[in-house]
Design a protein around this ligand. Structure first.
Ligand SMILES: Nc1nc2c(ncn2[C@@H]2O[C@H](COP(=O)(O)OP(=O)(O)OP(=O)(O)O)[C@@H](O)[C@H]2O)c(=O)[nH]1
Length: 499
């Protein structure tokens, strides 16, 4: 959404009347204001021991985000453990998290908050091990920018490519390459330039053009918050924190209004509201909406939060929507802008990150969960990313941590936006129906025209039901028939019908 449309939206919202005329009113907060106030979210990724914890510790320390008691603890805990430079171990600032990980307590991603005079930040610290790809994907899904760390001595590793690929797949369009431990590489400019060149090539192949490479020593605090000019006079670019201060925030959503319905509220006679968190665009009373997948159209009568009637709502607001006519809406449905609808269909193309040890198996039926919606789906990988070469090779199976392109075939109508246009209504997870484990995280590329393979199941995979004509129609309307469509082959009407 450009700034012009944003201000139009804001103006629309401000001039909106409420249709109810009742209750208290809250001034709408235009998206623009909310976005400026929002902290920049970024992730840090790197291989084990590249210095991620030290880098985040340094950022917190040098921006004075460390409270005095924490600082005292750090000094105390570092006693006797100082490195040859006599500096405290900044990674200890993150040690609480480490301890919890070691105890096996599941912490997907730890978020830390800090601020400079210019801006506030939330950094998602994601573990470096290969088996934590899932966590990285979680952190990346909300991040505006990714800081990728490499050890100046080791250069680009497969893990660097893996992380860059996941970050790009999750929609991040700004990378910072922190070439760390440059002190251990004798502050060698040629080394830094060579690593930057290799990385920029990878980023470009992933469609990421905005790359800032910075030579840093996280341990010594050079080019993190303070400059390292005396040891790296050849580097005149920005420090890490300057780059973060200037980074742009991604909107994440360029679609019209989206409300994935989480609950239908019927507190009393006559009132029926549809509850959920707005996942795109904005809405005000009087706007026309469509309920999907039914396609029924209605107008918004009122927008209610838990104690207020509002004259508008924007992305991120948890609301109850009241429509101007009785409409059949169920949990898992989507209420969307009438003139900017999401895509609906039974076949979609998507990219997946496989998360389970079993990988993603072609032909197997999974549950796909997107917001409150859960649907049966068959997944067919068509290509997989070779992280060593960066090539997309033909593939029919995705092993754990594999990244691939897949076709999704749904049993019934699915509703999505391409992930590029809406990170909430374009993302999903796959669940194994037997173990209930999360098998993969995915992002929708778009609808495809291929016919659903649920229609083309081999006969051996179907139950055969033969029914008299008078029962056939009634049977096809049952919940059982609808939820097993594609698995049941109905042959009929049978001869007995003549009786
Ligand atoms: N000389 C030097 N040592 C560094 C630098 N950054 C980190 N180190 C050291 O490298 C080691 C690993 O640093 P960590 O910050 O624990 O690395 P990490 O990437 O967080 O490791 P994991 O948490 O295991 O993924 C520690 O001994 C740090 O003191 C640096 O810029 N220069």
């Amino acid at each position: 959404m450009n700034s012009q449309t944003l201000s139009q939206t804001a103006a629309d919202i401000d001039s909106a009347d409420t249709a109810t005329g009742a209750g208290s009113h809250v001034e709408a907060h235009p998206e623009t204001v909310a976005r400026q106030a929002r902290p920049l979210r970024f992730i840090t990724c790197g291989s084990v021991d590249d210095g991620k914890s030290t880098l985040i510790g340094r950022l917190l320390w040098d921006t004075k985000a460390v409270k005095e008691d924490q600082a005292a603890t750090l000094r105390r805990d570092s006693t006797g453990k100082q490195n040859e430079l006599g500096l405290p171990d900044f990674a200890l600032l993150l040690d609480g998290l480490q301890a919890e990980r070691e105890q096996g307590i599941t912490i997907d991603v730890a978020y830390r908050y800090f601020a400079t005079d210019r801006r506030s930040f939330i950094v998602a610290d994601t573990p470096g091990h290969v088996q934590y790809t899932r966590n990285m994907a979680t952190g990346a899904s909300t991040a505006d920018l990714a800081v990728l760390l490499v050890d100046a001595r080791a250069g680009i590793l497969e893990q660097t490519r893996r992380h860059a690929t996941i970050a790009a797949l999750m929609g991040i369009r700004q990378f910072v390459l922190a070439v760390n431990k440059i002190d251990l590489a004798q502050y060698d400019e040629a080394r830094f330039r060579a690593i930057s060149r290799d990385f920029k090539e990878i980023a470009l192949s992933l469609g990421v053009r905005q790359v800032t490479a910075i030579p840093v020593s996280a341990l010594k605090g050079e080019n993190i918050v303070l400059r390292g000019d005396d040891v790296m006079p050849w580097y005149s670019g920005p420090t890490l924190v300057e780059t973060l201060e200037k980074a742009t925030q991604r909107t994440g959503q360029t679609t019209g209004f989206r409300l994935p319905v989480q609950r239908v509220s019927r507190p009393g006679e006559g009132f029926r509201g549809y509850q959920g968190t707005v996942a795109g665009g904005s809405i005000k009373p009087g706007d026309s909406v469509v309920v999907l997948p039914s396609g029924v159209e209605a107008n918004v009568k009122a927008i209610v939060t838990y104690d207020l009637v509002r004259n508008a709502a924007v992305s991120g607001d948890a609301i109850t929507l009241v429509l101007d006519r009785p409409v059949d809406v169920a949990r898992g449905d989507m209420i969307a802008a009438i003139d900017q609808r999401p895509q609906t269909g039974r076949a979609f193309s998507a990219r997946l990150v496989a998360l389970s040890p079993d990988g993603v198996v072609p032909g197997k039926r999974y549950w796909l969960k997107a917001g409150a919606r859960r649907q049966r789906v068959m997944v067919r990988p068509t290509s997989a990313l070779d992280l060593a070469t960066g090539n997309w090779d033909d593939a029919t199976f995705l092993p754990v941590n594999g990244i691939g392109v897949v076709d999704l075939d749904f049993e019934d109508t699915a509703i999505f936006d391409p992930y590029e246009t809406n990170r909430e209504t374009g993302a999903f997870i796959l669940i194994d129906p037997e173990s209930l484990n999360t098998v993969a995280g995915g992002m929708i590329d778009g609808k495809c025209s291929k016919s659903g393979r649920f229609d083309a199941l081999p006969d051996a995979d179907r139950a055969t039901v033969t029914l008299p004509a008078r029962l056939l129609e009634a049977f096809l309307k049952t919940e059982f028939a609808r939820s097993h469509a594609g698995e049941i082959r109905v042959t009929g009407p049978e001869e007995v019908d003549a009786e």
